[in-house]
Design a protein around this ligand. Sequence first.
Ligand SMILES: Nc1nc2c(c(=O)[nH]1)N[C@H]1C(S)=C(S)[C@@H](COP(=O)(O)O)O[C@H]1N2
Ligand SMILES: [Mo]
Length: 319
Amino acid sequence: MLIKKPADIPPSEITSETNFLNRRDFLRSGALAGGALVTTTAAGALVPDQRGAQLPGVTPGPFSTSETQTSYEDITTYNNYYEFGTNKADPFANAQDFKPRPWTISVEGHADKTGTFDFEDFIKPFDLEERIYRMRCVEAWSMVIPWVGIPLADVVKYFAPTSKARFVAFETLNDPEQMPGVRRPNLDWPYREGLTIAEATNPLPLLAVGIYGRAIPNQNGAPIRLVVPWKYGFKGIKGIVKISFTSTRPQTSWNMAAPREYGFYANVNPQVDHPRWSQARERRIGSGLFAGKQETLMFNGYGEHVAHLYKDLNLRRNF
Ligand SMILES: Nc1nc2c(c(=O)[nH]1)N[C@H]1C(S)=C(S)[C@@H](COP(=O)(O)O)O[C@H]1N2
Ligand SMILES: [Mo]
């Protein structure tokens, strides 16, 4: 065989974009030839239980940007995950021994289907897609990340919320044994987030289980985290253990911590500044110290897909 098996690719090579593109061509050609590695009709999501495992059955999803992808190294070493510390390097340093298996997710509230599911059973009904999304942190930096995940809209429809459900609430694991950050009152644990049902059933949000075609690292939210590309990064809750369908607006961690600074909507909006800094521009991580800043786009550039959700909302008051 001339082609390296993905398992033979050492992690050090993953940062190389050329290598990644070659690997993708390889995956595509495998799909075209009907190869065993990738089937075009995925047989349900599967995430092997090994660190950094190659994810099988990933198909390219819609909405991907062609912008230069942030390196694997930057994506996995510059993080926000307060359960593992408040500095950008802390999650990489402190999350290595975290155990993302066994893992259960409970689905609760106003829905036809509810219950507690093993992670494997939770993802199995869905297909794995790769979507390359622009991500914008409220701290005015950004990345371009090739996520692998299952569309949140499919998950919501599968659990069949009733007419009483107006919001979807998410919670992170709260485990002081494994998460040094939750031993301190930095935030009111567990970390919480929420979306309206209309936002959660929009085609863009993903429940991500991978990056760069591999199982998502602990510091990025293993085994499953939310990705909402038109909102600030803090909506992308990591290490999800609970999903609830609620009739009232759920509390969200950053809004609870500083309501004047972080609202429920948290839509990326260059015209509405954070009280302590401008949101007009952003620094693309990995673009070099002297690259300068680039303009932030309304809804992070995803307006054509989501602007209609907010047409009757005053975005200055509902930030
Ligand atoms: N549970 C939990 N999820 C979280 C956070 C956190 O502190 N705890 N930080 C958020 C913030 S502020 C950002 S910018 C993104 C960062 O995701 P990344 O580290 O994978 O880039 O995760 C979000 N999800
Ligand atoms: Mo953030």
